[in-house]
Design a protein around this ligand. Structure first.
Ligand SMILES: Nc1ncnc2c1ncn2[C@@H]1O[C@H](COP(=O)(O)OP(=O)(O)OP(=O)(O)O)[C@@H](O)[C@H]1O
Length: 259
């Protein structure tokens, strides 16, 4: 497996007040492999979003390097596509036009844009909704459109910052399983930030457990649970054991944060 994205000795501090810095990340080293689904998991404030934002090129490291295919990222790079919590769709365009956005920006001919969009609309389970407008869809369906649009833009790495946090628990659960299936089908490299252990267990090949103050990597856990990670797998002893192991790594940080 080849490394596609890499953080090497990355630290990041933010100036909050005059002469006061917050060390959001300290000496983080992480390789993301091509075609893997990697989750960044940890309590609030452990630097998950900061690391993801650096992978997206939104903000540079204070120290160290972020490399995409061994070359430092120096700004926003279309090869790393970000999916946010809010759907950020164009409300005046249909589902199809929204999903066609990336291919159109790349200058693909109209018939190709349409066929790429059609493929991903199908893949996210929105067959029959291509001519609907975002306002005519539920939150879960809108997030499916966002996902299809991100996939159609064909980034090499899909970066997702708590993409399902705004959804109700049941929709979230369905979309976690769907995202896992879509990633297997598309073979896209995905880095997903989450607070949710179950979300990481459903989707990830590897789970990077982070700890706060300053943000650091505490453990990298290989998730070998069998796929698809449906309800039977979720009720298995192996699931419970892995969840317990991860929770024992995070629990102290959560109570520390809450106190
Ligand atoms: N733009 C900023 N300015 C100042 N401090 C920041 C900024 N962004 C992040 N921080 C600080 O850096 C630390 C890490 O924040 P970050 O949002 O990356 O953590 P997180 O793990 O994603 O948290 P959450 O799960 O709550 O979103 C926190 O202490 C936060 O207050």
């Amino acid at each position: 497996m080849s490394v596609i994205l890499s953080a090497q000795h990355v630290s990041k501090s933010f100036s909050v007040r005059q002469n006061e810095d917050v060390l959001a990340l300290r000496d983080v080293n992480l390789d993301v492999y091509e075609h893997e689904f990697l989750c960044l998991l940890g309590a609030s404030g452990c630097g998950k979003s900061t690391l993801l934002n650096m992978f997206a090129g939104f903000t540079p490291p204070s120290q160290g390097d972020i490399l995409l295919r061994s070359i430092p990222i120096t700004g926003i790079d279309p090869r790393c596509g970000m999916v946010f919590q809010s759907y950020a769709l164009f409300p005046w365009q249909t589902v199809r036009k929204n999903v066609e956005f990336g291919p159109r920006m790349k200058g693909l001919p109209a018939n190709e844009c349409r066929s790429v969009a059609g493929r991903f609309i199908e893949m996210v389970g929105l067959h029959g909704f291509a001519d609907h407008y975002p306002a005519e869809l539920s939150g879960g369906m809108q997030q499916r459109v966002t996902l299809a649009r991100s996939l159609a833009a064909d980034p090499e790495v899909l970066l997702m910052d708590e993409p399902f946090a705004a959804l109700d628990a049941m929709t979230r659960h369905v979309l976690q399983e769907e995202l896992s299936r879509i990633q297997r089908e598309s073979l896209k490299t995905v880095v997903l930030v989450t607070h949710n252990i179950d979300e990481a267990l459903i989707t990830a090949d590897r789970i990077v457990v982070m700890s706060p103050h300053p943000g650091q990597i505490k453990a990298v856990i290989t998730n070998d649970l069998e796929r698809p990670r449906n309800i039977d797998v979720q009720l298995s002893p192996a699931w419970g054991e892995l969840k317990k192991e991860i929770w024992s790594l995070i629990a102290g940080d959560v109570s520390l944060h809450a106190s």
